[in-house]
Write a protein that binds this ligand. Structure first.
Ligand code: MG
Length: 392
C-alpha cells in the first residue's frame, strides 16, 4: 500500500497576525490579544516578539505584564477571526476535498491523491494562504495525522527569530519512529501532564524509550491502552482525516466567572441556566443529542471535561440538566474554586418524532418545552422560571 500523504496546517499566531493586517503599526511589536491585566484576563495569542520575552498563550495577563511591562494589549475580535478562518479553510478545501478542521486556525489535509511531492504541495499552499489572506502559516507533512502534527509543532519551535516561523517540516515515510524517538513524551497524543509526570518518575522521558518498552512494561503503565500507545510512540497512527460535515458536531455554552465560585448551589444554578441555553439552541437547530458533557476549569487553570450518555436522544432542558448535574456533583472537589463552567451536547441527530408518538409522556414534555421556547422568545428568557429555580 502506498503511504498516505497527510498535512497539518497551523496559522502562525493567528489572532495577532489578523490584528497586524488591520493595524500594520503592530508588526514586530511586543503585543498580545486577550483579556486586560486588571481583570482576570488571559492571553489568547501573543506576537512572536512577545514570545521571545517569555510571554505565552493561556498565561494570565497580569503575569504576562510582570514578565514584560511594555506589553501592548489588543482587544480580541472573534467575529473577525472567524471570517479569516473561513477564508483559510475555503482555500484548504479548494486544495483537497479531504480537510478536517480541528480548531479555528488548524486543520488536517489528506493529499494522498495529488501526484506532486508533499513538500511542494505544502509550499504552494503556504504561498496561496499568504497571498490570498495575508496570513502566515506553518505546515507539517507525514504519513499520519499524529506525526504531521508533531512535526509541525517541532518545526515551528526551531524558529526563534521573533517573527512568524512559516516552516514546512516533512517526515519521510519510514522515518517516523526515528523522528519521534528523541522527543519528550508529552509531545505524544494521549499523554497529559499527569501521565508524563508518572512516566518520568519511572525514567521514561522520551517517546523512543516508550516505544521500546516490552509487553509487560507497557501494560503496567497504560493497561489496555498499552498496545495503541506503543504504536503511536512508533509513529503509527491509522486514523483518517475526517472531512467536516455540514451538521454541527456539538452544541455547547460556557461561562467564565468574574470571580471564582466555590458554592455548589450557586454552581448548580449556573449549570441550570447553561443547560436551558443549550437545550433551546438544539431545538432551534432541530437537533437532539445522545451525550451530555460538562467542562470545569478550576482557579488554578486545571480543566476537566466529563461526559455521560443519555438513555434516549434528547434536546430537553431537564434531561440535559439532570445529566450535567450528576456529572458536576460527581466531579466537584470539595469547595475548590471554579472559574469556568460549560455544558454541551454531542452525538447529535435529528429527533425521531415518529418514535415518541408512542410515548405520550415524552410528547407532552416536547410540547411544553416548545411552548416555553415561544414565550421566552416573545417576552424574554426570564418570563418563565421553574419552581425550583424560584425557591431560594
Ligand atoms: Mg496557530
Amino acid at each position: 500500500m502506498m503511504a498516505r500523504k497527510i498535512q497539518h496546517l497551523d496559522l502562525d499566531a493567528f489572532f495577532c497576525s489578523v490584528e497586524e493586517l488591520l493595524n500594520p503599526g503592530l508588526k514586530g511589536k511586543v503585543f498580545a490579544v486577550g483579556g486586560r491585566p486588571d481583570g482576570r484576563g488571559v492571553i489568547s495569542s501573543c506576537s512572536y516578539a512577545a514570545r521571545m520575552l517569555g510571554v505565552r498563550s493561556a498565561m494570565p495577563s497580569r503575569q504576562a505584564l510582570e514578565i514584560c511591562p511594555n506589553l501592548i494589549f489588543v482587544r480580541s475580535d472573534h467575529h473577525l477571526y472567524g471570517e479569516y478562518s473561513r477564508k483559510v479553510m475555503d482555500i484548504l478545501r479548494d486544495t483537497s476535498p479531504i480537510v478536517e478542521q480541528v480548531s479555528v486556525d488548524e486543520a488536517f489535509l489528506d493529499v494522498s491523491d495529488m501526484p506532486q511531492p508533499i513538500r511542494s504541495i505544502a509550499q504552494d499552499l503556504q504561498t496561496r494562504v499568504l497571498k490570498e489572506t495575508g496570513l502566515p502559516c506553518s505546515i507539517g507533512c507525514a504519513t499520519s495525522k499524529l506525526v504531521a502534527k508533531i512535526a509541525n509543532d517541532f518545526g515551528k519551535k526551531q524558529v526563534k527569530t521573533g517573527r512568524a516561523p512559516q516552516t514546512i517540516t516533512v517526515i519521510e515515510p519510514g522515518d517516523e519512529a526515528r523522528f519521534l524517538a528523541p522527543l519528550d513524551i508529552q509531545a505524544l497524543w494521549g499523554i497529559g501532564p499527569k501521565t508524563a509526570q508518572f512516566l518520568r518518575s519511572k525514567g521514561i522521558n522520551t517517546i523512543g524509550t516508550l516505544a521500546g518498552l516490552n509487553d509487560l512494561e507497557i501494560k503496567q503503565v497504560f493497561g489496555n491502552h498499552g498496545e495503541s500507545m506503543r504504536r503511536r510512540a512508533q509513529g503509527i497512527d491509522p486514523s483518517p482525516v475526517q472531512p467536516d460535515e455540514d451538521d454541527p458536531k456539538s452544541i455547547s455554552n460556557e461561562i467564565t466567572f468574574h470571580e471564582d465560585i466555590d458554592d455548589p448551589d450557586h454552581l448548580l444554578d449556573i449549570l441550570r441556566n447553561l443547560s436551558d441555553k443549550v437545550g433551546s439552541r438544539l431545538r432551534k437547530a432541530d437537533f437532539a443529542g445522545w451525550v451530555v458533557q460538562i467542562k470545569i476549569r478550576y482557579s488554578d487553570f486545571t480543566t476537566l471535561t466529563r461526559q455521560t450518555s443519555l438513555k434516549e436522544c434528547s434536546n430537553l432542558d431537564q434531561d440535559i440538566f439532570d445529566a450535567a448535574r450528576e456529572l458536576l456533583l460527581n466531579n466537584l472537589i470539595h469547595y475548590r474554586p471554579v472559574r469556568l463552567l460549560g455544558v454541551g451536547v454531542t452525538k447529535l441527530e435529528k429527533p425521531h418524532q415518529q418514535l415518541s408518538l408512542w410515548d405520550d409522556n415524552s410528547n407532552k414534555k416536547q410540547d411544553l418545552t416548545k411552548a416555553v421556547d415561544k414565550l421566552r422568545e416573545k417576552f424574554g428568557k426570564d418570563i418563565i422560571k421553574r419552581a425550583n429555580s424560584l425557591k431560594k
